[in-house]
Design a protein around this ligand. Structure first.
Ligand SMILES: *Cc1c(COP(=O)(O)O)cnc(C)c1O
Length: 362
């Protein structure tokens, strides 16, 4: 099976085998060592000098953690949404009683830092900006560093969904001066689903002390205090920690720069290949096209769903479809985590063949 959806992503066999480790006392010294090593790995990847939290939940649970630990009901937030995950982050904040100032773009577009600046100037009461780094539904990566500069210059908090970017493309949390940054294990980390990672800056911890949104399981202070004793407050998904411990060995051996350039090269290959067939990318401006997932419009008159079904059933190639209003209209090819150019070119060979067969001959 060539699994080319943008998460869950394939895992190296040695990582899966590491995950099959026998259970141990999750509050004992042996697991404490695993948690220490994994946290060191997270700090390394996030570019953080304080400990990144890991929580047993999916990426969405990480986003909920970010929101409820920094805000109070009635707080004004600027929600930057360029697709379905941006909408999700906004809806979490709304659910917990935040007042939303929306900055919503057409799907395929990237957010404009100058517009974020303008909206913040126009809304001095906005406490935090919610933004998706890499919008997995449209294959667009926001210019996060530039957005963060505008937010920082106006002294607001910036809460970032980096679920499908962190570990695959650069997102150095301290260098870019971000406040809350969330990722999820099944995207670029070469491990199965089950853990979310949450970085919080000192400013975010100060906000946490005042934040009144209700929280229990996702109380970041509980996780931080347990982590100081090298424990989790609740029973963690230990198997994913075992797997991630091994995955960090592989990531450190490859090195950050090589990981980033590998993703960049595979993404650029993917874009060139689909463009050479005459297809259009979903990202309106290619400079913002994602290096972890390529989203492309199916050509007019092609039944994308039927084509994907054939790719899966006849050739074992599993493609991502469109979410929400893009369902049936676009194809998404995931190229993040444990991926090489051959995996992607094999999948694209099949898509090319099926497109050729589906096209009426001229
Ligand atoms: C996958 C994803 C999520 C949600 O993750 P779940 O693990 O499915 O809860 C959130 N944001 C982005 C950008 C994602 O790609």
């Amino acid at each position: 099976m060539n699994l080319r959806i943008p998460g869950p992503t394939p895992c190296p066999e040695e990582v899966l085998l590491a995950g099959a480790h026998q259970m141990m006392n999750h509050r004992g010294p042996e697991f404490a060592q695993v948690l220490r090593r994994v946290t060191d790995g997270l700090n390394w990847m996030f570019g953080s000098s304080s400990d990144v939290l890991s929580i047993t939940t999916s990426g969405t649970g990480g986003l909920e953690t970010a929101v409820v630990n920094t805000l109070s009901p009635g707080d004004k937030v600027l929600s930057v949404s360029i697709g379905s995950f941006g909408d999700r982050l906004r809806n979490i904040a709304k659910t917990y009683g935040a007042e939303i100032v929306p900055y919503t773009l057409e799907w395929g577009e990237a957010a404009k830092p100058a517009e974020v600046a303008r909206l913040l100037d126009e809304n001095p009461g906005v406490k935090a900006v919610l933004v998706t780094h890499n919008e997995t539904s449209t294959g667009v990566t926001n210019p996060l560093e530039a957005i963060a500069k505008e937010v920082r210059a106006r002294d607001r908090l910036i809460v970032v969904d980096a679920v499908s970017s962190m570990s695959s493309v650069p997102c150095p949390v301290e260098r870019w001066d971000l406040d809350v940054v969330v990722s999820g294990s099944q995207k670029g980390w070469m491990v199965p689903p089950g853990l979310a990672f949450v970085y919080m800056s000192e400013r975010a911890w100060a906000a946490n002390a005042e934040a009144k949104m209700p929280r229990f399981y996702f109380d970041a202070a509980k996780t931080r205090d347990s982590l100081a004793k090298l424990q989790n407050p609740w029973t963690p998904a230990m198997s994913i920690y075992f797997a991630l411990d091994k995955a960090f060995e592989l990531m450190r051996a490859e090195g950050l720069e090589s990981i980033f350039t590998r993703h960049e090269a595979i993404a650029s290959y993917t874009r060139e290949r689909v463009k050479s067939w005459g297809l259009s990318l979903v990202p309106v401006e290619e400079q913002y096209a994602s290096n972890t997932v390529t989203a492309v419009w199916w050509p007019e008159g092609i039944d994308g769903k039927a084509l994907s079904k054939r790719a899966r059933e006849e050739f074992g190639v599993v493609l991502g479809g469109g979410q929400g209003k893009l369902e049936g209209k676009i194809c998404r090819v995931g190229h993040l985590g444990w991926v090489n150019k051959q995996d992607v070119s094999d999948a694209l060979d099949i898509v090319e063949k099926l497109l050729g067969e589906a096209k009426p001959t001229a």
